[in-house]
Write a protein that binds this ligand. Structure first.
Ligand SMILES: Nc1ncnc2c1ncn2[C@@H]1O[C@H](COP(=O)(O)OP(=O)(O)OP(=O)(O)O)[C@@H](O)[C@H]1O
Length: 316
């Protein structure tokens, strides 16, 4: 039988009853979670839910009020230096030295870490289309984000912690970035990916945790969550339509029809049938947009704070 410590040291990340209080604010309230080798865990929540607080605890930047976080068995507060060797971090707003170039950042970090990752960093920059010769103060937000990704990935960390990493990246670069994440997980690396946008994590995550008011209210496999993601649908037709035609689709809600215009909300699982009914008519305009995550919370995890408890028990 392996000892409990050796079990822990196999785990890229374990949160156990992790809580953080700032004065009167309980920013994080007893979050427990395990991320396995090769797993991408999407950590979703609206603004102020506690995502950044969790990341700061995972990186050992702040001390838990209760509970603990460990990375490969190392307590992130008491062994922060060891943890930093294993973790690559991409912040939402990278803090870079404005007068240094990309190359100089790479050399500086390599010096701090005592290793030479320049060749790998150059290869990463090439794939992302980043010019390492420019001073970072002249870089666009997207290029600053690319540099942060290069700096986090170049040392081949075993756990990547990403805070809304693709918010400044164009779709082509996002695709490259997702390919890099896949390579990372295929070689056994793990990812904690925090975001308030479901779409951002949906493309890459294996499991998704929903955090609200400091509590983990649900943990689900991606396949189960995607059927629930809520969409707003609007359509204009060449002639009058009746609300009943659309209201009959299971899951479709808030159906309103005003003359020739339909609007309603539908979970992803209902879109196919809804579209069939829409295209039975002559469509002159159509719009389908994923609802903001906050709204999805209100729909599936809102109301009573215990709404997501059964799902939360699946946290493993
Ligand atoms: N240093 C601090 N002092 C006081 N309150 C804080 C501090 N840091 C965070 N909080 C509070 O803790 C709660 C959680 O904040 P946190 O930044 O973790 O949320 P978040 O999910 O990352 O939100 P966002 O997406 O807006 O970054 C908020 O109510 C926030 O105001």
């Amino acid at each position: 039988m392996p000892s409990s410590d050796s079990v822990r040291s196999d785990h890229p990340l374990i949160l156990e009853g992790l809580s953080k209080r700032f004065g009167h604010t309980l920013a994080l309230d007893g979050v427990s979670l395990e991320i396995g080798p090769g797993e991408v865990f999407g950590y979703l929540g609206p603004n102020g839910a506690g995502k950044t607080t969790t990341i700061r605890l995972v990186l050992g930047m702040i001390r838990p009020t209760a509970g603990r976080a460990s990375v490969f068995g190392l307590d992130t507060w008491t062994s922060a230096v060891g943890v930093h060797r294993l973790v690559g971090y991409v912040p939402g707003e990278p803090s870079l030295y404005p007068r240094l170039t990309g190359h100089e950042h790479i050399a500086y970090l390599g010096h701090l870490r005592g290793r030479d990752d320049r060749a790998r960093a150059r290869a990463l920059a090439d794939r992302l289309g980043l010019d390492l010769d420019r001073r970072t103060r002249t870089l666009s937000r997207g290029n600053r984000q690319k540099l942060a990704i290069v700096l986090a990935l170049m040392s081949e960390p075993r756990l990547l912690v990403l805070d809304e990493p693709t918010s400044g990246l164009d779709p082509l670069v996002q695709r490259q970035f997702h390919a890099l994440l896949r390579e990372h997980t295929e070689s056994g690396g793990s990812v904690l990916l925090s975001s308030h946008i479901l779409g951002e994590v949906q493309r890459v995550a294996d499991r998704i945790g929903v955090v609200r008011e400091g509590r983990l209210v649900a943990v689900e496999r991606l396949a189960d969550l995607s059927g629930k993601s809520l969409h707003h649908v609007r359509a204009s037709f060449a002639h009058d339509v009746r609300a009943e035609e659309f209201a009959g689709v299971p899951g479709v809600r808030d159906v309103t029809v005003e003359g020739q215009a339909l609007s309603c909300s539908a979970p992803q699982s209902a879109l196919d049938e809804l579209l069939r009914r829409v295209t039975a008519h002559t469509v002159i305009d159509f719009e389908c947009a994923e609802a903001e995550l906050d709204e999805m919370f209100l729909t599936y995890y809102g109301g009573e704070s215990d709404a997501g408890q059964p799902a939360a028990q699946n946290a493993s």
